[in-house]
Design a protein around this ligand. Structure first.
Ligand SMILES: Nc1nc2c(ncn2[C@@H]2O[C@H](COP(=O)(O)OP(=O)(O)OP(=O)(O)O)[C@@H](O)[C@H]2O)c(=O)[nH]1
Ligand SMILES: [Zn+2]
Length: 289
């Protein structure tokens, strides 16, 4: 049995890399594929150019994505989530909040990268949006992937980070600037996995240096929170924590229950109203926009 790390995931196919840099396309044993990019695995060679993943080693962390139908794993063993937003086009606060919740629930650090700061038309508005997160203690880094992508590099040092963002925020521009061989690597991986078909991989891990790694997860539109209960979601709103457990009812949803401890904090402005509105949408008290 060999030990390796999953550096690319596409459907049920994976590329596993060993310590000496050798790479092998692998399938998981069994029908259900629960392997994620970043996983440490034990695998065996089943033919000259293919292997079988026999075992997933214990994970430090695990992030999910989802569509309407099901949850999928996006990345394992990451220390940091980098959420790329931009001055334009406008970005969704709810999507950022979803990403933050996914990170909070796995104890992953968060960095919000506000990209395209060279485009100033909407910059003030974008800064108003990120200020809410800064006030909550999240780090926000202003960036221009086109001109100064290297500004992100120190924040990736010594960690495994996963980059997520809505389409158009400049995530690909950032990856290509930080990892010049990314395009070639992507081509190589899709060849190995799909024998030439033009499909993008769900997630790819790139090495920045010996102990700094970046996982790019294309087309990530939405963070699946289906695996989280209401209690975990409310806890992930870090500014709610002082009020949790203070309501009259233990299972208070902070909706219309009497003697709710959280609602007065929202009404007085101590807790940001737009964040409370996100909470209501995320737990289904309010329809999603
Ligand atoms: N002015 C400016 N434009 C940028 C910057 N970063 C990216 N862009 C542009 O924004 C557009 C979208 O960038 P992409 O890197 O393709 O965005 P993406 O987030 O990867 O989007 P998808 O590929 O749809 O997931 C492109 O036209 C980029 O050239 C930046 O820092 N400044
Ligand atoms: Zn309450």
């Amino acid at each position: 049995m060999m030990h390796g790390r999953v550096v690319a995931a596409h459907g049920r196919q994976y590329i596993v890399e060993t310590g000496d840099g050798t790479r092998l396309p692998c399938f998981p044993r069994g029908k259900k594929s629960e392997v994620a990019c970043g996983d440490e695995v034990e695998f065996a060679r089943s033919s000259a150019d293919q292997g079988v993943i026999e075992k997933i080693l214990p994970r430090r962390s695990l992030l999910y994505r989802s569509n309407e139908i099901r949850q999928k794993l996006i990345a394992a063993n990451v220390d940091q989530l980098v959420v790329v937003v931009a001055s334009e086009p406008a970005f969704s606060d709810d999507l950022v909040t979803r990403a933050l919740i996914a990170a909070e629930s796995e104890d992953i650090e968060v960095l919000i990268a506000l990209n395209k700061c060279d485009l100033t038309d909407r910059l003030a508005e974008a800064r108003r949006q990120t200020a809410i997160f800064t006030a909550l203690g999240y780090r926000v880094l202003e960036l221009s992937a086109l001109h100064h992508a290297d500004d992100l590099r120190p924040h990736l040092q010594g960690r495994t980070s996963v980059l997520v963002g809505q389409s158009g925020m400049g995530k690909s521009t950032l990856v290509n600037a930080l990892i010049p061989e990314a395009r070639a690597a992507t081509r190589e991986i899709s060849q190995a996995l799909d024998s030439g078909k033009h499909t993008t991989t769900h997630a790819t891990l790139y090495h920045l240096d010996a102990d700094s790694h970046l996982i790019d997860s294309p087309g990530l539109q939405e963070f699946g929170l289906g695996h989280l209960g209401r209690g975990e979601i409310e806890y992930a709103f870090r500014e709610f924590r002082p009020y949790l457990g203070q309501c009259r009812f233990r299972d208070c949803r902070h909706d219309r229950e009497p003697d709710c401890a959280l609602r007065p904090a929202v009404e007085s402005g101590t807790v940001d109203k737009s964040r409370f509105a996100s909470y209501r949408r995320l737990v289904g008290l309010e329809p999603a926009p």
